[in-house]
Design a protein around this ligand. Structure first.
Ligand code: S3P
Length: 173
């Protein structure tokens, strides 16, 4: 496929609201939703934390790229990605072919509050999760910014409001 596809692709840091916004967008549009974390999990038959501990981050990243290659942007859809998917330039290229890239962002405090509700994120299981989050965020922020077609700050919005903001911005593209 050449050019840009018709998917709405959600990128952004862990806790930015990609999964919940993806569900809200799928409900509102009636379009199918694909989630790369879910695809990778299904492929291994294990949850993300188990994949990281049994096979390591590289194997997880390889599976993430494979999951992207299987997607098509021919029909409209909602694509939800894992926070680290943009680390491989090849993935950003694949995502851009699929459709419009929306960067969901939130301030550091909000992200930390949200991710602290769960212990399912292997990269944040360190002695200093807050410091790790801040470091990863600093490293990744410019990559999200560079890759995205537009961004939505989710810090003070409900998932429904974020979905509405995304759809409004899509209309004015
Ligand atoms: C990751 C984010 C996670 C998941 C994995 C790695 C990352 O997805 O893909 O734990 O590198 O930021 P969420 O962004 O949905 O938490």
């Amino acid at each position: 496929m050449t050019g840009r596809g018709r998917a709405i692709v959600l990128i952004g840091f862990m806790g930015s609201g990609k999964s919940s916004t993806g569900r809200a967008l799928a409900r509102k549009t009636g379009w199918p939703r694909f989630d790369t974390d879910e695809s990778v999990s299904k492929r291994f038959g294990r949850d993300i934390a188990e994949i990281f501990s049994a096979f390591g981050e590289e194997k997880f990243r390889d599976a993430e790229t494979e999951a992207l290659r299987e997607l098509s942007g021919v029909a409209p859809s909602i694509i939800v990605t894992g926070g680290g998917i943009v680390l491989r330039p090849e993935n950003v290229e694949l995502l851009r072919r699929l459709g419009t890239l929306v960067h969901l962002e939130a301030d550091e405090e909000t992200l930390f509050q949200r991710v602290s509700r769960r212990t399912t994120r292997p990269l944040l299981q360190t002695e200093d999760p807050r410091g790790t989050l801040a470091k990863l965020l600093r490293e990744r922020e410019p990559i999200y910014r560079e890759a995205a077609d537009f961004k939505v700050d989710t810090s003070r919005l409900t998932h429904e409001e974020v979905a509405e903001a995304v759809l409004r911005s899509m209309e004015s593209l």
